[in-house]
Structure formats: structure tokens, C-alpha cells
Design a protein around this ligand. Structure first.
Ligand SMILES: Nc1ncnc2c1ncn2[C@@H]1O[C@H](COP(=O)(O)OP(=O)(O)O)[C@@H](O)[C@H]1O
Ligand SMILES: [Mg+2]
Length: 282
């Protein structure tokens, strides 16, 4: 089932300062057009892992071992210039808080146009049209109004869609999303998650989505990895993880999902289907 691989993480360990590693010996393989979910409780190392793939680790952190191979290139050997070329064009990123992708004091349109023109030498008018096209693809209506708005004038869901539109403009081969819907209410979460699945189909993008919500992961992902205290303790297809979790930590995550609460393992499967219906109904 594994199609062409796009990203390979090999024995990756990451630490902050002199502390023990917070990402420990992680191995993952992500295929072309595959959607992978990384789930785990807060502090398990999900953000650290995903940021390392984009060369965006905070100061004080270091990669103590391992390789991150993106299309046969070891990203850890990239120069700053090579990183800049990859980031935003071949690998896109969306954060939990669209405020981190968008500058609060500048109009969406100005940011969007600047972002496009930093990668392509095209006129402002052409960049504007490109931006509007992407906003439409994210089902944002009144694109001209949005281009002319400051981030604070938009709802959380609209901001996040605008941020995803911006991340997708360069048609990245890989999109990394760190809790992209966690700050949004469930209805909006469901819409955005569905749109991300469409992106995969329309742009042939592979997606890694970090979430603490295993129900959401079970809906959107082909493959799910479970992190616990820096280790990737489980990795498998959605069906394997939801229907027959092998690991205590995965079972705990499943039992913590409100919709699955009082269910035994057998019922969990139907609850997952219920949940899928719920998402699809929106
Ligand atoms: N900038 C940082 N400096 C020091 N420790 C950090 C920093 N960021 C995260 N950590 C620590 O690394 C561990 C993993 O954090 P993180 O990757 O943010 O987990 P998650 O995204 O799963 O919540 C936590 O113990 C956290 O306290
Ligand atoms: Mg995090």
C-alpha cells in the first residue's frame, strides 16, 4: 500500500539544552499523498518533532542524532539558504493559532501578496489574483473583503483558512499542521479538516497533522502515530490503531475521547463510524 515515499525520519532524537531528549529515536515513513496523524498528550514531543522537519526548532534545542530525509535529501545538512528555498515552497506549515502564521498589524492581502512575490517574480496584480484564487479554493467568500481585512477582523475559522490558503499557494509537496483546528469550535474544525483532505486530492500533497484529538485523526488520517514521552510508541493504519490498539497509551487516548467514553473496544469502532458521520454531516 505504501506509495512513493516523500519523507523518511530515521532514529531522530532532539533535546533542549542539556536535558534528556524530548524526542527519542523516532522513525517514520510518509508516502506521497499520505495523511499521517501524530497524536499524543500535551508535552509528548509532537511539536518539537514536526518543527524539526521544517528547520524551525527554537533556540537552545539540538538534534542529537538521526536524519530527516525529504525526497532523498537530508534536511539536516541543508544550508540556511537551502532551508529558505524549501520552507514555504516545498514544505508548507500551518500552526494552531493562525495568528502565528499571520502578522496582526498587516492586511491579509498585503501579507499574501508579499508571500507569493517572495517566491515568484510576478506583478502585484498577478499575485493578488493568485491569492484570490487560493482563498476561493478554501471556500472563503468575498475574497476582496478578506484581502482588505486585518487578521483581527476575521473569525478564527476564516483566519485559519486564509493561513492554509497561503501555505498552499506554492503547492508544497508536504504540508505540516500543528493542531490546526484545536482553537476552533467543532463545526469549523470539521469543515477545515474536510478541506485539508480535499487539498491532498487536489494538490497531491502529503500531510502530517499533529493533534491531541484521536477522533479527529481517525477521521482524516491514513496512518496514525502515537507519541508518549518523546517516543513514537505506536504506528499503524487508522484501522489498526482504532480497532486494535496495541499499546496502553493508545488505549488511554481512545478512552479519553468524549464520544468514545463509555464504550468498550468493540463499541469504539462504531463510535468512530458515528464520529465520521458527524464530521461528514457538517
Ligand atoms: N523551547 C523549549 N525549551 C525547553 N523545553 C521545551 C521547549 N519546547 C518544548 N519543551 C519541552 O519539550 C517537551 C515536548 O514539548 P512539545 O514538543 O511542545 O510537546 P507537545 O507538542 O506534544 O505538547 C516538553 O517536556 C516541553 O516542556
Ligand atoms: Mg504542541
Amino acid at each position: 500500500m505504501m506509495n512513493r515515499e516523500i519523507l523518511k525520519v530515521k532514529s531522530l532524537s532532539i533535546k533542549y539544552g542539556k536535558e534528556a531528549p524530548v524526542v527519542k529515536n523516532v522513525n517514520m515513513l510518509i508516502g506521497h499523498k499520505e495523511i499521517v496523524g501524530i497524536v499524543g498528550e500535551s508535552g509528548s514531543g509532537k511539536s518539537t518533532l514536526i518543527r524539526s522537519i521544517l528547520g524551525l526548532l527554537p533556540k537552545g534545542s539540538s538534534i542529537s542524532s538521526g536524519e530527516i530525509i525529504f525526497k532523498e535529501k537530508n534536511l539536516l545538512e541543508c544550508s540556511k539558504k537551502e532551508w529558505r528555498e524549501i520552507r514555504g515552497t516545498r514544505i508548507g506549515m500551518v500552526f494552531q493559532d493562525a495568528g502565528r502564521s499571520l502578522t496582526p498589524i498587516r492586511k491579509i492581502g498585503d501579507q499574501f501578496i508579499e508571500s507569493i512575490r517572495s517566491h515568484f517574480s510576478i506583478s502585484k496584480a498577478d499575485a493578488y489574483n493568485e491569492a484570490v484564487k487560493m482563498l476561493k479554493k478554501m471556500y472563503l467568500k468575498k475574497e476582496d473583503n478578506i484581502m482588505n481585512s486585518y487578521p483581527f477582523q476575521l473569525s478564527g475559522g476564516m483566519k485559519q483558512r486564509a493561513a492554509i490558503a497561503m501555505a498552499m499557494t506554492m503547492e508544497p509537496e508536504l504540508l505540516l499542521a500543528d493542531e490546526p483546528t484545536s482553537a476552533l469550535d467543532p463545526t469549523v474544525q470539521a469543515q477545515i479538516v474536510r478541506q485539508m483532505m480535499e487539498l491532498r486530492n487536489n494538490f497531491n500533497t502529503s500531510i502530517i497533522i499533529v493533534t491531541h484529538n484521536i477522533a479527529l485523526a481517525s477521521y482524516i488520517c491514513d496512518t496514525i502515530g502515537v507519541m508518549h514521552q518523546g517516543e513514537l510508541v505506536e504506528w499503524g493504519t487508522r484501522e489498526q490503531i482504532i480497532d486494535s490498539p496495541g499499546c496502553e497509551h493508545t488505549k488511554n487516548l481512545l478512552s479519553a475521547v468524549p464520544q468514545l467514553e463509555e464504550c468498550n473496544l468493540v463499541r469504539k469502532k462504531s463510535a468512530y463510524i458515528e464520529d465520521k458521520k458527524r464530521y461528514e454531516a457538517v
